[in-house]
Every structure is written in C-alpha cells, then in structure tokens.
Design a protein around this ligand. Structure first.
Ligand code: GLN
Length: 446
C-alpha cells in the first residue's frame, strides 16, 4: 500500500487516473492488516486496489465524474466493494471515468482527462479509463471497472492490461450507479489473467439486494487456469474482421489466434449476422435506460443543488442544466425521445427485438463452439481530442464489445502485442456463466 501510494504520488500528476486518493485511510487499513491472522489468508489480503468512481463507497466521495454528484458521499457501500473488503483489500482511491460511464475515452469526465500511460498524448479508453490507466501505470495490481458496452474491455485493451466483463448477473450491481441497468456489469482490470480471476472470485456471487443478480454457483476460477486448451473449439466471426478494422490490429489478433491453434485449439470461421445492427440497437436501449435512471438527479435526493433557483421546477431545471455535461444530456434527450409515446414501438421495442436476434446469433454459434475470439477494438488508443467532437465515430469504436453486453455474455480482453507502438487487445467471448473457459483460454495464451 505504501509503494502504491508512493507511485501514485510520483506519476499521477501526469496520468491523472484518480479523482480521489484515500491515502490516510489506506495506510490505516494496511497497518491494521500488518498483524497477520492465523490460517489461510483471504484472497486479497493487504492488496491495494482502486475503484471506478461509480461504485458507492460509504464515507468516500463518489462522483461518477459528474458535477451533479461532485459532493456526493454515499451512506452505503456497493456489494462488489463490500466483497473486496471481506477479502481484506485496501482501497487506495476512486478512479476517473467518462461522466456516468458514457464514453470511450474518459474525455467526458467533467473534472479532467486521463492520459494513457503508454503515451500521454493518447486516451486510456473508457469509460473505465482511470481504472485501466492506474493498473497499466503500475500503481496497483487491480482495479474494478464497469462495462455497459465495452467500458472494462476497451480501456484494458488500450492500456495493455487484462479486463473482464462477467456474465450479466454474475456480479451484483447493488451500489453501482446505474447507467443502463440491463447492460451494466462490474468487472476486474488487472495485470494478468490470474489476478483478474482472483478478483472475480472475490466479487462474484448472488446478492439479494440486486434483483437481477443470478443465483448460480461460483466455480473455482483459479482451478480453471490449467494451460490446457487442446481440442477447444474457437469461432472467429467474419463480421468482426471486416471494414473499419485497422490492418495492424487485425494482424496482431490473427497471430494471437494462430498461437491458440498451436496450443491445440480448433479454429473455424463463424457468422454473427446481426452484428451490423448492434451499435444502433445499443444507442436506443442504453440511452433509454439512462434517461430513466438519471431522472433521480433532481437536486433534491442526491448531490448538488443550484442556489439561485426561484421555485421547485426552476431548481430542477437549473440543477440538471448545470450538473450534467454535454454527452449525458445528449443521451437523456435520445433516450427520452425513444421512449416517448408514439415512438416507443418504432424505436425501443424494435431495438429490444433486434437485441434478441443478436443474442440468438451467439446462441447458435455456442451450440458448436466453446468461445468466440475477435479484436477488442478496431484500433489502438487514439489521440486525445481526435474523436471528441464526433460522437458517431466515438460510438463506432465499441462495435466489437457492444454485442456482448446486448447478449449478456462474458468477455475478456487480453493484451496481444503492439500496433503503432500501442497495445492491442484480443477479445474472448464465452457462454453465459462460463467465465472459467474464458479465463482458461486467456491464461493459456498470455
Ligand atoms: N462507450 C460506450 C458508451 O458510451 C460504452 C460505455 C460503457 O460501457 N459504460 O455507452
């Protein structure tokens, strides 16, 4: 913990991964853990870690990188975080992110931008950019992020670390500030697969406080890391190796797939025919859910309230106008429109039907294959400022990660070499609740 805090002190002035560093509390906590208990140590005993700032931490400010929650101190702790505590981790701080997790570059934070530790001119990815950057910078061995359309896997890919989005329902969302409730999932970002498996082991499991939490047994993830993938069947979706994919990124991913083949896996091309509709489907469903979830920030119940309001309605309007940034407002407007009477059937309902088709594409492939592999993102980390004025290009960046959230499946990004001097990520997608196979393949490769 001391070393982690020292490294943060030394390099976070330029990387800016943290919105809050809990140095004093961390040292106090670590000191308490200096007296080792008898018997087996808990999984994360004394290990420093960081949390994306959209996970509630009792007594520690939780902002979602938004001005509307700039002063919000939650009265309770998210279940996933409470589980880390049960395993005796040490919280060193809360990491920067795109406001309310909306974005792919962490440039939508209302506080400041985070730099990619590989090249400070480039973005760390997003929305869990701070979590990926702090792990890549060597501050801490792990951090938690959240993934609604790729926000754990894409920043992990851009920063050259491992990022895992578990199956929807595997990790409790209680205390994770809701963005799009049917897509959000908390996941670990770590330096290697074994560490990611260890953190998943700690945070996974049923929680009665989250009605969408799945009551499915949590296997021993570390036991899955055997290195043996002989005979394993891998599908390579042709739609994920098409237009828009950087040729150098494609080359690294193909090399990685050859490595898997040389380890005894059987690789075949497959088709996920509805892939082309995934981004549009997502940009109806996610904003629709967001517009509903973000209605609660009215200046009364949470966070900041403007002072110069004349009456209640005026207070709501001013608080929301000043408290939300441009991307959040864009999503609220999109979502409100898609849900409004007369348009619901044409947009939201339609999107839900396409979502089912996307899921069925995967179901069909998983009848014959154990995992599906692809690039995590079409390019390496782009330059800061390059896409921020063009939301469509930013949205298209998530083309390979979004279908996985729409289908509720687990996905992992593992580093597979460099292109243009920057890290490339290999995405491995698995069957629902089969994180073990994902981890096994990623570990065998790494
Ligand atoms: N980049 C996507 C978005 O802006 C996904 C974000 C996420 O996974 N939280 O919605």
């Amino acid at each position: 913990t001391e070393v982690a805090l020292q490294r943060i002190e030394e390099t976070d002035g330029t990387i800016k991964a943290y919105l809050t560093v809990t140095a004093e509390e961390a040292m106090a906590r670590a000191k308490k853990l200096d007296n080792l208990p008898e018997g087996n140590l808990p999984l994360l005993y004394g290990i420093p870690g960081a949390l994306k700032d959209n996970m509630c931490t009792e007594g520690v400010r939780t902002t979602c990188a938004s001005q509307i929650l700039a002063n919000y101190i939650p009265p309770y702790t998210a279940t996933a975080v409470a589980k880390l505590e049960e395993h005796n981790y040490v919280l060193v701080g809360k990491t920067n992110m795109d406001e309310f997790a909306m974005g792919s570059s962490t440039e939508n934070s209302s506080f400041f931008k985070t730099a990619n530790p590989w090249d400070p001119e480039r973005v760390p990815g997003g929305s869990s950019g701070g979590s990926a950057a702090t792990v890549a910078a060597g501050h801490v061995p792990f951090a938690l992020g959240s993934d609604t359309g790729g926000s754990v896997r894409q920043p992990a890919s851009y920063c050259g670390v491992v990022g895992l989005k578990p199956t929807y329902g595997r990790v409790s969302r209680f205390g994770l500030v809701a963005f799009a409730s049917s897509l959000d999932q908390i996941g670990p970002i770590a330096r290697n697969v074994e560490d990611a498996a260890t953190v998943l082991q700690a945070v996974a499991g049923y929680d009665k406080m989250d009605s969408t939490s799945a009551n499915v047994e949590v296997p021993d993830y570390l036991a899955a890391l055997t290195g043996d993938i002989k005979g394993l069947r891998i599908g390579m979706p042709k739609e994920y190796f098409a237009e828009g994919l950087d040729p150098e990124v494609a080359a690294r991913v193909r090399e990685a797939i050859q490595t898997l083949e040389s380890l005894g896996a059987v690789v075949e091309e497959v088709t996920l025919p509805h892939t082309q509709y995934a981004v549009s489907t997502y940009y109806l469903i996610a904003p629709a859910e967001a517009s509903s979830n973000l209605a609660r920030y009215d200046g009364v119940r949470y966070g900041v309230r403007v002072e110069d309001a004349e009456a209640l309605l005026d207070m709501y309007k001013k608080t929301r106008a000043q408290g939300f940034g441009p991307e959040v407002k864009r999503r609220i407007m999109l979502g409100t429109y898609a849900l409004s009477s007369g348009y619901y059937d044409a947009y939201y309902l339609r999107a839900q039907k396409v979502r089912t088709l996307i899921k069925q594409d995967f179901d069909k492939v998983f009848e014959r294959f154990d995992v599906v592999v692809s690039p995590t993102a079409p390019t390496v980390a782009f330059k800061s400022g390059e896409k921020i004025d063009d939301p469509m290009t930013m949205y298209l960046n998530d083309i390979y990660t979004i279908p996985v959230n729409l289908a509720g499946l687990p996905g992992i990004s593992v580093p597979c070499g460099l292109a243009q001097g920057m890290p490339v990520g290999l995405q491995i997608i698995g069957k629902a609740f089969d994180e073990s196979t994902l981890l096994k393949v990623a570990h065998a490769y790494e």
